[in-house]
Design a protein around this ligand. Sequence first.
Ligand SMILES: Cc1cc2nc3c(=O)[nH]c(=O)nc-3n(C[C@H](O)[C@H](O)[C@H](O)COP(=O)(O)OP(=O)(O)OC[C@H]3O[C@@H](n4cnc5c(N)ncnc54)[C@H](O)[C@@H]3O)c2cc1C
Length: 472
Amino acid sequence: MAAIVGPKGLARSPEELAPWLTDWRGRYTGAAIAMISPASTDEVSALVKIAASHRVAFVPQGGNSGMVGGATPDKNGQSVILSLRRMNQIRGISAEDQLVVCDAGLILQNLHEALDEHGQRFPLTLGGKGSATIGGLVSTNAGGTQVLRHGAMRSLVAGIEAVLPDGSIFSDLTPLKKDNRGYDIKQLLIGGEGTLGIVTAATLKTVPALLDRCVAWAGVSSPQAAHQLFQYLNAHENQYMEGYEIVPDSCISAVLQHIPDTRAPLEKATPWNVLIEIIRDQPSSPDPRDRMEQLLSDAIDQQLILDAAVATSEAQAEAFWKLRDSIAEAERAHGPALQHDISVPVSAMADFIVEAAGQVERKFPGTEVAAFGHMGDGNVHFHVKAPEGSSARSWTEDAARTITPVVHDLVIAAGGSISAEHGIGQTKIDELARLSGAARLGSLRAIKTALDPQLIMNPGKLVPLASREPAS
Ligand SMILES: Cc1cc2nc3c(=O)[nH]c(=O)nc-3n(C[C@H](O)[C@H](O)[C@H](O)COP(=O)(O)OP(=O)(O)OC[C@H]3O[C@@H](n4cnc5c(N)ncnc54)[C@H](O)[C@@H]3O)c2cc1C
């Protein structure tokens, strides 16, 4: 393998490997024979062919910002991390077709900056944009804060290039509006978490760059009030509203305490908050600031909100988003918490937050629930914070066994999903097995074993197999 990638593409020493063996949340630390970083699709293909003939397992890794341990190898040290970081070029931008073709290792923020110069925008963003790569975003079917208007990765990927587990190159980068050649392999790879192959490039849909945007922060009394406000705004502004996030006061307090250069958005704290973004990307569309002020003033008259602040500059808009995007980091600094990325129908979310939080806090005294995030998509991060003084690792391990099944049972009872946007990885694989019916599990297993019969692609992730031993 070293001969294929050259010295630049191979890391073997413990010092070089260490940063890539632990996941972003610090929950898992694995071991690996080496980290190999190819520079082209042909190199990936040659590497996978060797891995297939020797039954060596690959763990694909992009920016290692995933939330479910999907890019972290297991502890047995028999697999190789395959990093896409050296494949980070933009292959082409077509403003006319509103498409960009890029390598899988390109970092999201770099894509945003490059498209801006062409008057285009890739309408997906998230707090980890400085690390997350296109390959990781495709493979986790990532969501983020603009799903409300543009959908998750699944709606934004127009074509894919990938190396399959036998080393063959699946080249499907040309976007076709109509293509009925049977099963959509591209869609299998999206959200496949590297278990069906290595994504090497993607064709992504773009939209015109923003001409203007208005970001506002509103204080509300409860999740139900936040939902009423959402319905009101949706009825009047659904075409231009790109973000609708809910944040409880406890999350804001943690951000203000732990993240430098942040300040409270409202004069007086309110129990719940929502962050709203309305945009303008066509000269003919209405001025977003006028619309926002009018809508929020009507909402105050109708007693839907307690207080509101409309950003008066781009810097203030960024400051509001920084409060929202820093929640995960602030929480990490604050103390142990158990994270659940869940979805229920949009109309059921407000009641779910209140009722499920009450049930969990009563059943596990001393815990505190913080549910925040993409309320407009019916997706919140339902975090259960440890009682004061708990030791991080041991509490989290115990709580994952006792609290998580309770949360997930409540989600399933509400008709929801135990993974809205972060994927399954290693964190949720047992829960997926526990909570899925035979049809879902059987299909997942059949697809996995048909395409990767030797189980060399990211073993132990996503698909609950009877035996999850990696190949050796
Ligand atoms: C602060 C913060 C905020 C975040 N907010 C959000 C959010 O709002 N919404 C959201 O959806 N996610 C969010 N995330 C999670 C994370 O950014 C996404 O999951 C992202 O898609 C991971 O990209 P990555 O390149 O870091 O992938 P990695 O973490 O390296 O890998 C993730 C998974 O994809 C696989 N993979 C990576 N590259 C490839 C490839 N080229 N081919 C095949 N498989 C591959 C890995 O094996 C692994 O299973 C956030 C993360 C952080 C740190």
